[in-house]
Ligand binder design. Sequence first.
Ligand code: PAF
Length: 289
Amino acid sequence: MRVVSNLNELEALRSEWGNATVALVPTMGALHEGHGALCQLAKKSAQRVIVSIFVNPLQFGPNEDLERYPRPREEDLQRCQDWGMDAVFYPSVDVLYPTGMENSIKVLPPESLSNRLCGASRPGHFAGVATVVLKLFIALRPDYAVFGEKDAQQLFIIRHMVKDLLLPVALLAHPTVREIDGLALSSRNRYLQTPQERETALTLFRILTDAQTQMHESISPLPAAATLKAIAETRLAEAASSSPVAIQLQYLEAVEKETFQPAKTLHPGVKILIAAMVGSVRLIDNLDL
Ligand code: PAF
């Protein structure tokens, strides 16, 4: 497996690969089996696979976890090797932001997509994501790029960017990979240190599956906002009474999958999205009804 860290090495690798089809798996490292599933999808789809590992400063807010975000380089490279990856692109900040972070040209997704849900509590986050993903597409020129459905809003915005900017890359999405009890795999799960924190983190999945069950059991359409509010109240009260770990809901919303605009009722074709602080750890999840 090749590990390249600058654009010259990347160019050399691209010309060695000739006309082979290339799939990119963009990541911020701290790799887990969820990334492993993206890598396997990439392997099935293209002749060469490259994983990028870059903790992108532009997508972190001033009070977020940029400094403490895990960067287990050797462990990550070993995983990529074990997953049969052809190469890893491991750039430093100045390689992807050669004119400096302050002077960087940014991709601004439409506010109607980027200021809601995760964007409401993370201003600038999706501009940071779109900017770095576009840079990776330009630098690596992949035929395919693979993203996880756990970051549903991110995926929607990247699809929008690819369409709007006429980018010659096919996006592939992989369903969220979960632990046996339903906890969505995430690099931030490693911050959940105690069994109580992990148990409290399951509240997100329980809220989502409650919504799914209630929709299936109801004979008439359920109003989205009121139903989700009632489910959240019940589950959050239950979590508060059984665990000392605080959980604070940031959003719980139903959107139409095709447009990402708020859904009025719970029906098939709706996606429920949730974000919450579990202790000091911010977790997100979503489920299609
Ligand atoms: O989902 C992630 O890991 C990141 O947001 C991405 C797409 C690699 C951009 O930094």
